[in-house]
Design a binder for this molecule. Structure first.
Ligand SMILES: Nc1nc2c(ncn2[C@@H]2O[C@H](COP(=O)(O)OP(=O)(O)O)[C@@H](O)[C@H]2O)c(=O)[nH]1
Ligand SMILES: [Mg+2]
Ligand SMILES: [Zn+2]
Length: 325
């Protein structure tokens, strides 16, 4: 509860709640009783995302609705880079990111790496869920299956926890529930990997809409249009998110890019060159580890691509008048 300010007679006593869904100015707030109340944002400048802790009060003229007056400081924020170089907040107050992959659609590991880097930069724990375990044995080509196994083993060596699930039979979902207990987690990944199906397996009352994968593109269509927060029975909360064909986290300073890649970060700490970007300098510790096979070439490629993107955006920002970088 926030005490009412003596001067603000027009503002009623405010209560604390959490945004569980956001549709622009219209949001849903879970209030202290657990009831989910439709609310409007009060004031043009206010903007919220799913997961935000907010101060709200019943609308004076219509007690079936609430008004949101303010947002509490966010403990964490997952954002994404949008086309013009700006960042857009996606979900607030998360503690864990679950990157969902599946044998179909064919995994885009660069997207996975970007999510993992975004999680690291936002201070979130990250786990990988390999869904559709029923399809692994029936993968169209054994090379696809081998690649999936190979990549997952690589992430496991890096210290990421991996869980294998089947949203249809609920095989392995107990393991996922165990990982998510007491955390506020978001399911992210390509469309069609089964994020909404997993949510339904874990929270049946969520009734999340799922969709057939389009045969033409092997990509799921974007059935999930907004992030919604659901409570897990064992404690914790789970947020389904719209799928992405492309995701990039807000870019850090050039020298911080390595911190999004665990193995590159550790190796980079031993690099003898000050201000090294670990791109091509002979004798650079990262280059040596790469040549020795201690860093996976595809992970290094992910790092290099994100570094290049950071460079491009930094250059663009520097050329803009009134830029902050
Ligand atoms: N075989 C199989 N199909 C699944 C599984 N989970 C989801 N699907 C299917 O994959 C498609 C996309 O699922 P959906 O949950 O909408 O994916 P989202 O886009 O990540 O939310 C749907 O046709 C689901 O029925 C699974 O574990 N096994
Ligand atoms: Mg979905
Ligand atoms: Zn270096």
């Amino acid at each position: 509860m926030t005490p009412k300010s003596a001067a603000s007679n027009d503002i009623p006593t405010l209560s604390l709640g959490q945004i569980v869904a956001s549709h622009g100015r219209q949001v849903v707030v879970e209030i202290e009783s657990g009831v989910r109340l439709p609310c409007r944002l009060h004031g043009r400048k206010l903007s919220v995302v799913c997961g935000d802790q907010v101060e709200w009060a019943y609308a004076p003229a219509d007690p079936s609705q609430g008004l949101v007056y303010g947002v509490r400081p966010r403990r964490t924020l997952l954002s994404r880079l949008v086309a013009n170089g700006m960042t857009e907040p996606v979900v607030a107050n998360l503690s864990c990111l679950v990157a969902v992959v599946a044998p179909r659609p064919t995994p885009d590991w660069f997207i996975v790496d970007r999510y993992l880097a975004g999680a690291a930069w936002s201070g979130l724990d990250a786990v990988l869920a390999c869904n559709k375990s029923d399809l692994v044995a029936a993968a169209p080509r054994s090379t696809d299956r081998d690649e999936l196994t190979h990549e997952l083993a690589m992430y496991e060596r890096l210290g990421y926890r991996i869980v294998h699930t089947c949203a249809h039979t609920e095989n392995g979902t107990d393991g996922l529930v165990g990982m998510l207990a007491h955390a506020t987690s978001v399911l992210v990944g390509q469309s069609g990997t089964g994020k909404s199906s997993l949510l339904n397996a874990l929270v049946p009352e969520a009734h999340a809409v799922t969709q057939e994968i389009s045969r033409a593109t092997e990509e799921g269509k974007h059935t999930t249009t907004t992030s919604v927060l659901h409570r897990l029975k064992g404690g914790g909360a789970l947020i389904d998110s719209p799928g992405v064909r492309d995701y990039a986290p807000p870019l850090p300073l050039l020298r911080e890019v390595a911190s999004g890649f665990r193995e590159i970060d550790t190796t980079a700490r031993g690099c003898k060159f000050q201000d090294c970007l670990h791109l091509s300098e002979p004798g650079c510790a990262v280059q040596v580890a790469l040549a020795q096979g201690l860093i996976h070439p595809r992970r290094y490629d992910s790092f290099r691509r994100l570094l290049t993107l950071t460079r491009e955006f930094a250059a663009r920002a520097a050329n803009r008048p009134n830029s902050r970088r």
